[in-house]
Design a protein around this ligand. Structure first.
Ligand code: FES
Length: 108
């Protein structure tokens, strides 16, 4: 399995982007001790979500926000609950946290 980063690299209610070996750009965020990963691609126009580096969350750090038109996505599911792509969802990336503190990509 490919190790993406360590858990301490992604603080609670923050997000970090990473490039996978296949060139995909993803981001990981932590909420209440759980980690969630998504492709960095807005379902509205297929553009990257952030304008400033690692700024994937809204001002209250409650939801994931697309910087282009302000679509809001639930951290836990990636579902868009507000904005032009409401009802669509971010593409989830399967990850797992191991006892060594690493966050690993689950490859099929
Ligand atoms: S490109 Fe993300 S909301 Fe329009």
């Amino acid at each position: 399995m490919y190790k993406i980063c360590m858990t301490e690299d992604v603080p609670e209610r923050e997000a970090r982007s990473f490039e996978l070996p296949d060139g995909d750009i993803i981001f990981i965020t932590q909420r209440d001790g759980s980690f969630y990963a998504y492709q960095n691609l807005c379902p509205h126009l297929q553009v990257e979500l952030e304008f400033l580096e690692n700024q994937f969350l809204d001002r209250d750090q409650e939801m994931i926000e697309c910087s282009t038109h302000g679509a809001l996505f639930l951290v836990e599911t990636g579902e868009c609950v507000s904005g032009p792509c409401q009802g669509q969802a971010l593409e989830k990336v399967d990850i797992t946290v191991h006892s060594d503190g690493g966050i690993y990509l689950i490859e099929e």
